[in-house]
Design a protein around this ligand. Structure first.
Ligand SMILES: Nc1ncnc2c1ncn2[C@@H]1O[C@H](COP(=O)(O)OP(=O)(O)OP(=O)(O)O)[C@@H](O)[C@H]1O
Length: 795
């Protein structure tokens, strides 16, 4: 078996980074595991060994000392219970996962089973292990698939999914091993922040988490805040008038679009027009700030956000399409007024009104786990970022069998039209042979266009673009059937195995002789990891497979980032029917993609800098509230600040009731003031970019404002607690929560905030593109903006 480990893939040989590729130590441990044999042990004996291990760990023996025995147990039990004995490469991954590293394992190498070994080992302490899956479907699937192994070994296992109630969640988190998405676990953390009684908490203290598809969560989704909101009874704003105004504006006359930064800016002409039609006077005057923000949102909604590309409308709701997966991003909202503006654009009734009660970026949520490990098929290209942001080291695990997939050079065309014609022809030709094809497209709209063309050409295909997880799993699982053609958005089906010959592998031999699964990419993505994930759908576990990308110099990526300007004119001035098989062009496209990746990494860094202070403050406030909730923090504010009243109540209602009252009032005001603070911060965040015109650094200004505001908030909490106490009527029954208005929102809901295109674009626009802003914003606008700068930041 160890022989396989040295059969490294070509890719593996290319890298020389010692830490990432040094697997010698792992090999030694794997050998030790393989030297122990539990084959002859009965089921009962195996359970006794497991029980022994549990006791040893509870007595304080370090996990590292029982690792070999624990992994050997899992090896034996997995073979007996689920019919899979971990390969040596899986054991190596398991060791690295236990050490809190991110393992890169190719698609189909068996990450699900690899995670069982460290999960079992770390759960022996009884402190709980979370396996954070990519979606709800995989949480349940992996629980059902791997759960019997833990059960056999005397450990409990559960899973959490979106529609479960609090009791079901609490039970699942009490299990030794819990399969759950990072997002659901994060939402539960936010829900706990609103609890007023210990019995309502669903989480216990975090211990260890293994994150599946780690790059997707830690890099692509890291900046997405999870939010919990509560109901408020406010009237929604009517956007009709603003929409009418924006629709009357002329492109390049009244506004300019900056595709690169995904931004739209008013010209002076446009500004004058708007001021005239709306009758608002100086749009940039302080009293018009709210109008300005809403107008910006309508501009973005109307001009930049495109139906079928950025979002779809389903059952009367806006559903955002995730740029990385191409799937509907579950429970995702745009921030602030932008979501409402898009709803208004589509003539929908807004359902997003509510006050944000708490929020946390996934990045910070995951850092709450004292020990975190990850697995993915694509980690190497982001290993520096993983180290910098999370102090997570990457380990490349060799494939169990050599990867024999053929990755063909890109086919590059001058124009989209010819690219698509050639692509359809290629699909027709391959389909005629019976070889299954998976086509990865860049948008819902493109997937539908290609599917329609294929249908008119008489080729039946399955389309997968914005369906639910269950359908997705089924369609993807069948994508390896003989003669199957599946058109999907670029990364749909991540985590789902494509077996050759269909789910039951009935026609496996036939498909193998045809060359396995053929993956076609219709364009390059901004991130090469996404392209590699798509390629990785083929050639799993040493299967044959092929992959090819079709690119045109008119593709969005090439145009948006002006990669075409790096390519000599003569290559794209004429429409050529042949592909440009030219390595120079290929290199330019690759380097363009790398520049875009670097640019996106810079944006993530900047967003991190903006959120850092707030997240630190959140940590402080959450911790303080939790300590009060679980009675670990003594309450002394009221006895110190209102001693007379306090003593009177003490005589009247007694110590216990008074303590309970103070606790209730305190918890309520922490939540209320924190929610108000978040609202204020998001308001500041919206306008802070304007300080650049006054030659200030927006980040520094933002940080100093929020530090000061946080201190004010802490004072306000105390003030509000005292005020409520003075006004409240305290009896032997405590206080009347309803009457004293101490009740939290009657209903809450959770969602994620997508990057706001305007917030997102402003950062590079400020830091790298001051020239851009000054060029595009005329002097007249600069003057007007200057008037408002102080108002924005002083309010
Ligand atoms: N040790 C093993 N012995 C036999 N089969 C295995 C073993 N490990 C994994 N497999 C099989 O390999 C396939 C892929 O497993 P799994 O879905 O865990 O891979 P993965 O690495 O998570 O893939 P993806 O990147 O698609 O998520 C499954 O069909 C599984 O049954």
């Amino acid at each position: 078996m160890l022989k396989n480990i040295s059969s490294v893939s070509k890719r593996f040989e290319n890298f020389k980074n010692k830490e990432v590729y040094d697997i010698e130590l792992y090999k030694k441990t794997v050998e030790e595991i393989n030297n122990i044999n539990y084959k002859n042990a009965s089921d009962t004996e195996l359970r006794e060994i497991s029980e022994n291990l549990k006791n040893k760990v509870k007595e304080g023996i370090p996990l590292d000392e029982v690792l070999i025995q624990a992994f050997t147990l899992v090896k034996e039990v997995a073979g007996r219970v689920v019919g899979m004995t971990p390969y040596d490469v899986q054991k190596m991954a398991a060791i690295a996962l236990h050490q809190g590293k991110v393992v890169e394992m190719q698609t189909g190498e068996g990450k699900t089973l690899s995670a069982v070994m460290p999960a079992y080992l770390n759960a022996l302490s009884g402190k709980g292990v979370h396996i954070l899956t990519f979606n709800d479907y995989l949480a349940e699937r992996d629980f059902r698939w791997m759960g019997p192994i833990y059960k056999f070994l005397g450990l409990s296992c559960g899973f959490v999914k979106e529609n479960m109630n609090l009791e079901e969640r609490r039970k699942a988190y009490l299990k030794d091993i819990t399969y759950v998405t990072a997002r659901e676990s994060g939402f539960d953390y936010l829900r706990d922040f609103l609890c007023t009684e210990v019995k309502d908490l669903v989480h216990r203290p975090f211990n260890y988490a293994i994150l599946d598809e780690a790059d997707s969560i830690l890099i692509d989704e890291a900046r997405i805040p999870l939010v919990i909101a509560g109901n408020v009874s406010e009237e929604g704003f009517n956007y009709d008038h603003l929409i009418e105004i924006v629709r009357s504006l002329k492109p390049n006359v009244d506004y300019e679009i900056d595709q690169h930064h995904h931004n739209v800016v008013l010209t002076e002409k446009g500004l004058i027009k708007i001021e005239k039609v709306s009758g608002c006077g100086n749009l940039y005057a302080s009293e018009n700030l709210q109008l300005l923000t809403r107008l910006n949102c309508v501009l973005h909604a109307e001009i930049l956000l495109k139906k079928e590309i950025d979002y779809i409308v389903r059952k009367g709701k806006i559903e955002i399409i995730d740029e990385f997966t191409g799937r509907v991003a579950d429970k995702r909202h745009w921030p602030d007024s932008l979501h409402e503006a898009v709803e208004a654009k589509e003539g929908l009734v807004s359902e997003t009104k509510g006050r944000i009660m708490g929020s946390i970026a996934l990045q910070y949520f995951l850092k709450l786990y004292p020990k975190l490990a990850g697995m993915t098929g694509t980690a190497i290209s982001v290993m520096n970022e993983l180290d910098r942001m999370y102090q997570l080291k990457v380990v490349l695990i060799p494939t169990n069998k050599p990867c024999i997939r053929k990755d063909y050079p890109d086919k590059i065309f001058t124009c989209k039209e010819i690219k698509e014609k050639t692509l359809i022809l290629e699909i027709k030709n391959i389909n005629a042979t019976g070889q299954p094809i998976l086509i990865g497209t860049s948008s819902v709209e493109e997937s539908e266009r290609i599917a329609t063309t294929l249908n008119t050409e008489g080729i039946k295909c399955n389309v997968l673009n914005a369906k639910n997880d269950w359908e997705e799993a089924k369609i993807i699982a069948e994508a390896g059937k003989y003669g199957a053609v599946t058109v999907s958005t670029n990364m749909a089906g991540r985590g789902i195995d494509i077996k050759l010959g269909g789910e039951k592998e009935l026609d496996r031999k036939k498909v193998v002789t045809k060359g396995g699964l053929y993956v076609i990419g219709t364009s390059r993505h901004e991130s090469s990891r996404i392209d590699n994930q798509l390629r990785g759908r083929a050639g799993r576990q040493g299967d044959p497979g092929e992959s090819k990308f079709f690119i045109s110099l008119e593709d969005d990526l090439i145009k948006k980032y002006e990669i075409d300007k790096m390519i000599p004119q003569e290559y794209y001035t004429q429409k050529q029917s042949e592909s440009l098989d030219n390595t120079m062009i290929n290199r330019k496209i690759n380097s363009g993609q790398r520049i875009v990746e670097g640019y996106n990494s810079d944006i993530r860094k900047q967003l991190w800098e903006y959120s850092y202070v707030i997240e630190e403050q959140r940590r402080i406030i959450h911790q303080k509230r939790h300590e009060i909730l679980v009675d670990r923090e003594p309450l002394s504010l009221l006895s110190n600040k209102c001693p007379v009243l306090y003593d009177r109540y003490l005589d009247l209602v007694g110590k216990d009731v008074l303590y309970k009252v103070e606790k209730q009032i305190t918890l309520f005001h922490i939540n209320k003031c924190w929610a108000e603070y978040l609202e204020y911060v998001s308001y500041i965040r919206e306008g802070i970019h304007l300080v650049v015109i006054g030659k200030e650094n927006p980040l520094h200004r933002f940080q100093s404002i929020t530090i000061e505001a946080f201190n004010d908030m802490l004072d306000n909490i105390e003030k509000d607690i005292i005020e409520t106490f003075i006004k409240a009527n305290v009896t032997k029954d405590g206080v009347d929560i309803e009457k004293e208005k101490l009740k939290g929102p009657s209903s809450t809901w959770t969602y994620l905030i997508s990057d706001s295109p305007n917030q997102f674009s402003r950062l590079p626009f400020i830091v790298k593109g001051v020239l851009f802003s000054l060029r595009s914003i005329s002097n007249g606008i600069v003057r007007k903006v200057q008037e408002t700068i102080n108002v924005v930041i002083q309010k």
